[in-house]
Design a protein around this ligand. Structure first.
Ligand SMILES: *Cc1c(COP(=O)(O)O)cnc(C)c1O
Length: 361
């Protein structure tokens, strides 16, 4: 078997490990940037009725026209932009790799950033260039621009705000990168609901600028809906490699319904933003913890030492967060916590205080 695999599967893919999702049964789940709130029960019933009306004996609308129109309205997509949907934004990244990646091509992203940029590049045989961020996780202008000149990437990914660091990059530098890039630049605005800042209105000015969003972090992670906005000619090419029914009927109907009630999700996002401020202040008051500012629905923490132990102790106390610690790496002793409900945040704070031996104020 080993011989067969070595013969058939690329060395890059052989080296990869599948995307790991740890079990979370019975734990307070603050590891994956999900919205902790569900739809209010009246709306939930209406939503279920809407799903029940979907005729799943038929194939879905391949162009998801109703849903795409809703997206245009709700997110004020400029008229000179076209929208393409993916089964999560992960699928859109994969489509880009199929379209313009592959052997002889390179994609580029800052590091640390979203892990799927690297993973998808590697398993599609695309070269991947990482440009280290500054210690405060801002972009290093010279390293970035030199990296772009040297690697001549077909695609650059900039998560805005960045995951797992939570900060936004300098706007002028982002636009300079767009101007010098020989290929496309994807502004990945997965956390737009929590930052309120976007490059979408700049897309008509730059033919190589693409903006990507997702509904995952705003309350619909289970639906899997990502969207990419760009020049119509660009989107037309992407549409050729999109599998015809990539957005199933239930996702189309369910997401369109939620966009009709987007004010509800927006209010939840506002609540999360407010709670983020509070939890940030409380964590920052603890000794031995550095708290990084965040424009997203998560917060990056750095402990003086022993992040592995803190992570395990949190789990023992029923709280699951993301452990980013790698000895000697830029995220040494770092954990990432998602902002949850006030009760969940309190449980997290209590647990951290207990682990650090600090008494509540
Ligand atoms: C979570 C995340 C995504 C993935 O979104 P899906 O739509 O759930 O696939 C994309 N980009 C960044 C930066 C993320 O943090």
């Amino acid at each position: 078997m080993k011989e067969l695999l070595e013969h058939l599967v690329s060395p890059e893919t052989r080296k990869l490990r599948p995307y790991h999702v740890p079990p979370s049964d019975g734990l307070i789940k603050l590891d994956a940037m999900e919205n902790p709130y569900t739809l209010p029960s009246e709306l939930r019933e209406e939503w279920q009725a809407c799903l029940a009306a979907a005729n799943v004996n038929r194939y879905p609308d391949p162009g998801a026209r109703v849903l795409r129109q809703r997206i245009r309205e709700v997110f004020d997509v400029p008229s000179r932009c076209e929208v393409i949907l993916g089964n999560g934004s992960d699928e859109l990244i994969q489509m880009l790799a199929l379209l313009i990646g592959g052997p002889g091509r390179t994609f580029l992203a800052p590091s640390p950033s979203f892990s799927m940029y690297r993973m998808i590049s590697l398993f599609t045989g695309t070269g991947f260039r990482e440009v280290p961020l500054n210690p405060d996780f801002s972009l290093h202008p010279d390293s970035m621009l030199d990296g772009v000149r040297e690697a001549q990437p077909a695609c650059i990914f900039l998560a805005y705000p960045n995951n797992p660091t939570g900060n936004r990059f300098d706007e002028d530098l982002v636009l300079e990168i767009v101007r010098v890039a020989p290929g496309v630049v994807v502004l990945d605005e997965a956390y737009y609901s929590f930052s309120g800042r976007t490059f979408l209105d700049r897309v008509p000015d730059y033919p190589n600028l693409l903006v990507m969003r997702t509904l995952s972090k705003s309350g619909l992670a289970g639906l899997r809906l990502g969207m990419l906005m760009g020049h119509p000619d660009w989107v037309a090419e992407m549409d050729k490699i999109r599998l015809p029914y990539n957005i199933n009927s239930l996702s189309q109907a369910g997401a369109a319904f939620c966009l009709d009630h987007y004010d509800v999700l927006e209010a939840q996002g506002m609540r999360i933003r407010e709670d983020r401020g509070q939890i940030l202040a409380e964590l920052a008051a603890l000794p031995g913890v550095t708290v990084y500012p965040s424009d997203a629905n998560f917060i990056l923490l750095r402990f003086v030492q022993g992040a592995d132990t803190v992570f395990e102790s949190l789990k023992q106390r029923g709280v699951l967060v993301k452990n980013l610690h790698q000895p000697g790496g830029m995220l040494e002793n770092c954990l990432r916590i998602t902002v949850g409900t006030p009760e969940e945040n309190l449980a997290l704070l209590d647990a951290v205080r207990e682990i650090l031996g600090v008494r509540a104020a």
